[in-house]
Design a protein around this ligand. Sequence first.
Ligand SMILES: Cc1cc2nc3c(=O)[nH]c(=O)nc-3n(C[C@H](O)[C@H](O)[C@H](O)COP(=O)(O)OP(=O)(O)OC[C@H]3O[C@@H](n4cnc5c(N)ncnc54)[C@H](O)[C@@H]3O)c2cc1C
Length: 191
Amino acid sequence: MNQTDVLVIGAGVSGLSCALYTSKAGLNTVVLEHGESQLKSVKMVYNIPGIQEGISGAQWLESARTQVFNAGGSIHTGKVESLALTDQPYTVVTTDGRMWSAQYLVIAVNLGYPLLESLGFEVAINEHVPSKKIRKVLEVGYDGKSHQPGVFFAGLLTDVPSQTIIAAGQGAFVGVQIASDFLKRPFMWHD
Ligand SMILES: Cc1cc2nc3c(=O)[nH]c(=O)nc-3n(C[C@H](O)[C@H](O)[C@H](O)COP(=O)(O)OP(=O)(O)OC[C@H]3O[C@@H](n4cnc5c(N)ncnc54)[C@H](O)[C@@H]3O)c2cc1C
């Protein structure tokens, strides 16, 4: 059994943003990745404030991954098949049989929402996204908190509009909340 403070399921926009903040705060952070972020195939994104020249989706993701590594986090390949949402720490099993135990769980799977339905979370159409193909988790707001202690959601599953900057910001907010809870003081990243 591998142990960590924070386990993030999904190495997309919100999952990487969250992991960057928890890693930077000194929490052992593992990201499990399977499949591709929706952003991966986007040629250029011009709507991120501060990046006037634009950035490709692949570049954004690569850069965020490097930031996670540099902050001390790690990213492992692994499709999550089952979770035991009984008591903290939570146990996560990947399809290749690896097991993880984590105090905090961040579910940032976006289109991987069938996993949530199998866990008993109810999902509905995220009306902020015009395609109607995106789901939100019922009774979860921008803070990503679920009824389960230490279990958070991140990204479009939290009913936010489908924009990279918003998914990244929401993921960072989840990371700050987890870091603050763990450290028992408000966490703020100062460079
Ligand atoms: C065609 C298209 C064009 C877009 N263009 C723009 C644009 O120009 N500007 C802009 O701001 N936004 C754009 N977006 C939106 C942007 O991609 C999303 O807002 C953002 O990716 C959402 O982040 P997220 O973290 O919620 O999900 P994602 O980034 O999709 O990340 C979810 C991650 O979870 C993984 N996952 C799923 N199930 C599992 C599992 N069981 N185990 C482990 N991992 C799992 C997925 O493989 C993925 O890596 C575009 C989206 C699309 C589809």
